[in-house]
Design a protein around this ligand. Structure first.
Ligand code: HEC
Ligand code: HEC
Ligand code: HEC
Ligand code: HEC
Length: 212
């Protein structure tokens, strides 16, 4: 039986339409697969969580003079007194000027930059973690619960995989920024000079080889 031209045209068109529909559905499907991780990541909680152990724990291995005594450098820096500072008349004056009514030592508006791990769930705080210790090692180096063992600490790659942060200027600017009520745009934040004031290097022969 011969098919008329009309029927052939109709069959052809049906195939073309089906092809287009298939192509569209397939592209959407592929796009969804490609974009899925991105969509998922943006909606998800921050990645792996680690426990904040507190400066007392880091200091166990980081307070010998032979290895640069990072603990003492920190203790002598203003960061170790950042919480205490909020209890001073100077801080109260700053708070009043900023329009804050409450006690600065109890106000998240101030604590967010003057202590470590504000707002972190209690279940992620070690026994030796104390907010009163101010801006601690873990404010800059990340929560140490999973990298603090000697085996992991000795291996920079592993330490980083377990939460160690090698901080840079961006880390500092997380607090040293215009949201601080005492911020002076004329002074700004000079990373090089400010880092000199808190430097706490390992002795040369101990410094990791693969530096930036
Ligand atoms: C059990 C001992 C121990 C503890 C506890 C410890 N560390 Fe370490 N850490 C080391 C050792 C060992 C190194 C390697 C350098 C060295 O030999 O001194 C190191 C290296 C580091 C480095 C340099 C990493 C690099 O590659 O540049 C940082 C930063 C650091 N530790 C931070 C911390 C912080 C923060 C804590 C607390 C959360 C902590 N450490 C707790 C032993 C320890
Ligand atoms: C965005 C982070 C941030 C917030 C929020 C913040 N601070 Fe600070 N604060 C800093 C930093 C960083 C410094 C150190 C600045 C410097 O010395 O260069 C500082 C320094 C200070 C100082 C001493 C410096 C001076 O000029 O006397 C006082 C007092 C102070 N803050 C009080 C407060 C009070 C009170 C609040 C809450 C109303 C608050 N801060 C909120 C980051 C912050
Ligand atoms: C205010 C932020 C900050 C705090 C607080 C801080 N560090 Fe660091 N730390 C840094 C920066 C920045 C570096 C340099 C990173 C680099 O090598 O590029 C560093 C480097 C180090 C190094 C490696 C030094 C080297 O020569 O390679 C060790 C070890 C270290 N910190 C341990 C500690 C310990 C222990 C504490 C707490 C007692 C602490 N840090 C507190 C910011 C901080
Ligand atoms: C978690 C918030 C936070 C981070 C991150 C932070 N700082 Fe600070 N910094 C403070 C606060 C708060 C003070 C004021 C403490 C005080 O005066 O008692 C301060 C004070 C200082 C001071 C003393 C200023 C002075 O007048 O002597 C220096 C230097 C400094 N920070 C350098 C740095 C550097 C460098 C980094 C990054 C490697 C850094 N800070 C990261 C909160 C932070």
């Amino acid at each position: 039986m011969e098919l008329g031209e009309r029927e052939i045209n109709l069959i052809e068109r049906t195939f073309v339409v089906m092809g287009v529909v298939f192509a569209v559905v397939f592209s959407i499907f592929c796009l969804a697969i490609i974009l899925w991780p991105a969509i998922d990541a943006s909606a998800a909680e921050p990645p792996a969580k680690h426990t904040f152990v507190g400066v007392a724990v880091c200091s166990v291995c980081h307070k010998s003079d032979a290895k640069g005594n990072q603990f003492k450098h920190w203790q002598d820096s203003k960061h170790s007194h950042a919480y205490e500072l909020l209890g001073t008349p100077a801080a109260k004056a700053v708070a009043v000027k900023a329009g804050l009514k409450g006690d600065p030592q109890k106000s998240p508006e101030c604590l967010q930059c003057h202590v470590t791990a504000l707002g972190v769930d209690k279940s992620f705080m070690g026994e030796k973690f104390h907010m009163e210790d101010g801006v601690q090692c873990e404010s800059c180096h990340g929560a140490g619960g999973d990298f603090k063992t000697i085996k992991i600490m000795k291996d920079r790659k592993q330490a980083i995989a377990n939460g160690l942060v090698i901080p840079d200027e961006k880390t500092c600017r997380g607090c040293h920024n215009e949201k601080a009520p005492t911020w002076d745009p004329k002074v700004g934040f000079n990373f090089k000079e400010m880092f000199k004031k808190i430097a706490h290097p390992l002795p040369k022969e101990k410094a990791p080889a693969e530096k930036k």
